[in-house]
Design a protein around this ligand. Structure first.
Ligand code: TGC
Ligand code: FAD
Length: 400
């Protein structure tokens, strides 16, 4: 599909909202990174996103631009293809991308946190040199295969497996709901070995017996491409296995990284909905007044900015802990769960403020709302994150 398509009307008008002067907590580098990504989203994403979402097409031409603005692995060292920035820079970049669309943020989350990060953290030096620069520059697209048809919230039960065959493993099984899989050059795949231990490996497109069919029919994250990964006796050279991790903590630590980015990203979607609702409340006249003059509209807007501000404070603090290497998985779960739920509630309230217009693609609100239903579920569902917090505070495991 050509991206020379109609300009979306009200999707590219976002203004800055910083109720608690959080910008004072950001460094010059954070502000510069944020401004650059915001401008890119305004130029490249906002004008086309409604139409791509409408047609359920992924704007794959944006992968290169995402690489150029440093959206892939912002906190991975530059010598390995990342941005060499800190965790807050990574956060503000995800926020600006998701202000455009959760699916665009997903393109970057998967590439940086779920593909580059495991190779950087658990790969051999040879694997890092071979794959990371190409992933960082957008020459290669990656995907991350953990979820299976019968094992979503409980990935430890996975049945995808590898069997020893001399200098290679034979990989069999299937992964489900995999972002970017139909367009990916490589997949980081998690499978059980003959001892039942979970291992990570890099599977390349074109390996015999490997296919990645697209999943159709999504009403959410429509501008993101999702597929399966199917492995039928795929011969994976042993040199493709990530040598430096064994067990479920491998994929779960990648999830920690991506969940952190989502906690920031969700604020971007919420800000875009709030911004649109605030503007509409001043423009739309009913009963001879702007609807923003009615107390019930003000209640909605006041609660929206209150919840956004609380989420910003939570996330900024999480970022300072992450910079010191002190953010725990449970703290990250709390922020992901809180912020995505907050964004979904903000989207629902914003939709009401827009009245009937709120269900159309004249405004970004319904698209964000539908996207956020996925964001509430992937990277650990709303309830799984609640149970992670519950386990952390009680010391009692609801899963075991
Ligand atoms: P459990 O026994 O608790 O843990 C196994 C080992 O892992 C360690 N661990 C973590 N390490 C790092 N980060 C985390 N977040 C970790 N959580 C746990 C843990 O310490 C243990 O280590 P060790 O050394 O003792 O072996 O495992 P469990 O089987 O009881 O499962 C716990 C549970 C339910 C919390 C976990 O499985 C879970 O998080 N489930 C949710 C699954 C999920 O989030 N899937 C996401 C798939 S990827 C995706 O959605 C990408 S969307 C991408 C996009 O488009 O943006
Ligand atoms: P289930 O695990 O079957 O859960 C169904 C319901 O049961 C949920 O409400 C859940 O909270 C609840 N539930 C489950 N267990 C418990 C429990 N112990 N206590 C209480 N409630 C429970 N995965 C990848 O590996 N890579 C990707 O790139 C990826 N991208 C995705 C993109 C999209 C668009 C979507 C929709 C999903 C993606 N996923 C990906 C998969 C995603 O992570 C899973 O959908 C998610 O982890 C939930 O698994 P499930 O869908 O199998 O739901």
């Amino acid at each position: 599909m050509s991206h020379e398509i109609k300009k979306s009307s009200k999707t590219d008008q976002f203004e800055h909202h910083d109720y608690y002067l959080m910008d004072e907590l950001l460094s010059e580098d954070h502000l510069l990174a944020r401004a650059a990504v915001r401008e890119w989203v305004k130029q490249e994403v906002s004008p086309i996103i409604e139409e791509y979402a409408d047609k359920a097409k992924c704007p794959t031409h944006l992968f290169k631009g995402l690489a150029d603005i440093g959206a892939f692995g912002p906190s991975i060292p530059a010598e390995y293809g990342g941005g060499g920035m800190d965790e807050i820079a990574y956060g503000v970049i995800m926020q600006e991308l998701e202000r455009g669309d959760s699916g665009i943020r997903s393109m970057a989350s998967v590439q940086g946190s779920l593909v580059m990060y495991p190779i950087y953290r658990f790969g051999s030096e040879e694997q890092k040199r071979k794959y990371l620069p190409k992933l960082g520059s957008g020459e290669f697209i990656g995907c991350f295969g953990l979820t299976e048809p019968d094992y979503g919230s409980n990935p430890g039960g996975m049945i995808t497996n590898i069997k020893d065959d001399g200098d290679a493993y034979i990989l069999n099984g299937a992964k489900m709901w995999i972002t970017n899989s139909p367009v990916a050059d490589i997949a980081v795949v998690w499978a059980k070995d003959e001892e039942g231990k979970i291992r990570g490996m890099i599977v390349e497109k074109g390996m015999k017996g490997f296919s990645a069919p697209e999943i159709h029919g999504k009403w959410s994250l429509r501008a993101s491409i999702t597929g399966e990964l199917v492995f039928e006796d795929v011969r994976v050279p042993k040199s493709q296995v990530l040598p430096n991790v064994v067990g479920l903590k491998g994929p779960l630590s990648c999830l920690s990284k991506a969940r952190y980015g989502i906690a920031w990203g969700a604020i971007g979607a919420a800000l875009d909905c709030y911004d649109s609702a605030l503007r509409y409340s001043k423009e739309r006249i009913q009963f001879g007044k702007p609807i923003g003059q009615f107390q019930l509209t003000q209640k909605k807007l006041a609660e929206m900015i209150t919840e956004i501000t609380k989420a910003q404070l939570l996330t900024w603090r999480l970022g300072t802990l992450a910079n010191k290497g002190q953010a725990t998985p449970a703290q990250i779960s709390m922020a992901k769960r809180n912020n995505v739920h907050m964004a979904l509630e903000v989207a629902r309230e914003a939709r009401q403020i827009h009245g009937g217009m709120g269900i159309t693609n004249e405004y970004p609100v319904m698209r964000h709302m539908m996207n956020l239903e996925t964001v509430l579920t992937y990277e650990g569902t709303h309830d799984i994150h609640l149970l992670i917090t519950g386990m952390d505070v009680t010391g009692l495991n609801a899963f075991g």
